[in-house]
Design a protein around this ligand. Structure first.
Ligand SMILES: Nc1ncnc2c1ncn2[C@@H]1O[C@H](COP(=O)(O)OP(=O)(O)OP(=O)(O)O)[C@@H](O)[C@H]1O
Ligand SMILES: [Mg+2]
Length: 357
């Protein structure tokens, strides 16, 4: 899928902006604070109904305005979809061809955007939450079953935690909720494990392609108990062992909400042994994995690389660009970047102009 047109009104620093984009490489250049990230933030917003930069919706609305809109035309082979988001400080309404889109799962099927933002380069030394989010977001887009179970999990976890916070914990109720929790966790862990192994089938190939040297990379996922036919028994015993401590701490200390994963590059943990550039390339490769795991050419996600190039040397920049050229549609933002075979747009004074080829 590709975005062919974008119209912003009162979004961030833009009063009104209208721009047409091309398939393949779209490079957005401009000085610091000119509004490059704001544009890709708007494109990405349409895929998840949330920003990758803030959870405060009101920050997206131009100062002193009441609401913002993002409109995009998305094309998939011969189909086109007009997606519109209307954002107020307290609401987000999305429509596709004028019909309301109420579920996020529906939305990410209409427009799928993968984003790499500068802070992702440190994804493996950041908190485990960031790594779990990677799995949760990609798996939720891929599977409605995962999303449904994840939402049940969040509800059950809240319920269990509020039971634990009571003066006299209702042990019967605690056991009931714990069993329900284990049921959904079994499904979620299986999905996580299977997805990590799908990623591991292609991760090294992408890294080798970008780096041009022989590399072996894989993710190591640590489920909170071993995922096999004995999952339920193991998990039940683990929660039982932890029960007293959970009651003392008034919180659920064990479960999929505490899981983590590592990336191993050439036998070493990348967070402690990898250089900054290596981490950056490895995370870009990881973020591109879902693109290759979707087989339907028309459903291939739109890729956004916000300021991903600046800290890479010339050789790696060029190799990465060569790799990205093959993808359906990619947006790259940069303060300075010369790219052949790309549509280049210049952002200045809250306006965008296409550079002549
Ligand atoms: N709600 C808003 N209303 C008006 N202006 C805003 C709003 N939110 C952010 N801005 C402004 O938008 C400008 C551009 O931000 P943006 O992050 O897109 O810049 P950028 O081109 O990506 O810069 P850099 O190269 O430093 O990453 C900033 O100066 C910021 O103050
Ligand atoms: Mg920026």
């Amino acid at each position: 899928m590709i975005v062919t047109k974008l119209i912003l009104r009162n979004f961030r620093n833009y009063e009104r902006l209208e721009v047409r984009f091309d398939p393949k490489l779209n490079v957005i250049v401009g000085d610091n604070a000119s509004g490059k990230t704001n544009i890709v933030e708007a494109i990405h917003f349409l895929s998840l109904a949330r920003s990758f930069r803030t959870s405060e919706t009101s920050e997206l609305i131009k100062y002193e305005r009441q609401f913002a809109t993002i409109e995009a035309r998305v094309e998939e082979d011969t189909i086109h979809k007009d997606i519109v988001a209307v954002i107020t400080p307290s609401s987000k309404k999305i429509t596709c061809n004028k019909k309301p889109v109420r579920k996020i799962s529906e939305l990410s099927n209409l427009i799928n955007v993968i984003v790499f933002e500068p802070k992702d380069a440190l994804m493996f030394s950041d908190s485990p939450l960031v790594r779990r989010n990677f799995l949760d977001i990609n798996l939720s887009k891929k599977s409605p079953v995962y999303l449904e179970n994840l939402m049940s999990f969040d509800k059950l976890l809240k319920e269990r935690n509020s039971l634990l916070k009571e003066e006299n914990v209702d042990l019967t109720q605690l056991d009931i909720v714990t069993n329900q929790l284990i049921d959904v966790e079994e499904t979620l862990c299986k999905y996580r494990q299977a997805y990590v192994s799908e990623i591991n089938n292609i991760l090294s190939k992408i890294i080798v392609n970008i780096k041009g040297t022989k590399e072996e990379a894989h993710l190591e996922y640590y489920p909170f108990v071993k995922v096999d036919g004995e999952f339920k028994n193991r998990a039940t015993r683990a929660y039982e062992r932890n029960k007293e401590s959970d009651i003392r701490h008034k919180v659920t200390q064990l479960g999929i909400h505490r899981e983590d994963m590592k990336m191993i590059l050439n036998g070493k943990d990348i967070s402690t042994h990898g250089s900054q550039g290596e981490n950056r390339i490895a995370v870009i490769a990881l973020k591109l994995c879902p693109y290759f795991l979707i087989e339907d050419k028309n459903k291939k996600p739109i890729i956004v690389l916000d300021d991903a190039m600046s800290e890479l040397d010339k050789i790696h920049q060029e190799r990465l660009l060569k790799f990205l050229e093959k993808l359906e549609q990619v947006f790259i933002t940069s303060t300075k970047l010369t790219v052949k075979n790309a549509s280049v747009y210049e952002v200045k004074k809250a306006n965008i102009t296409r550079r002549k080829a």
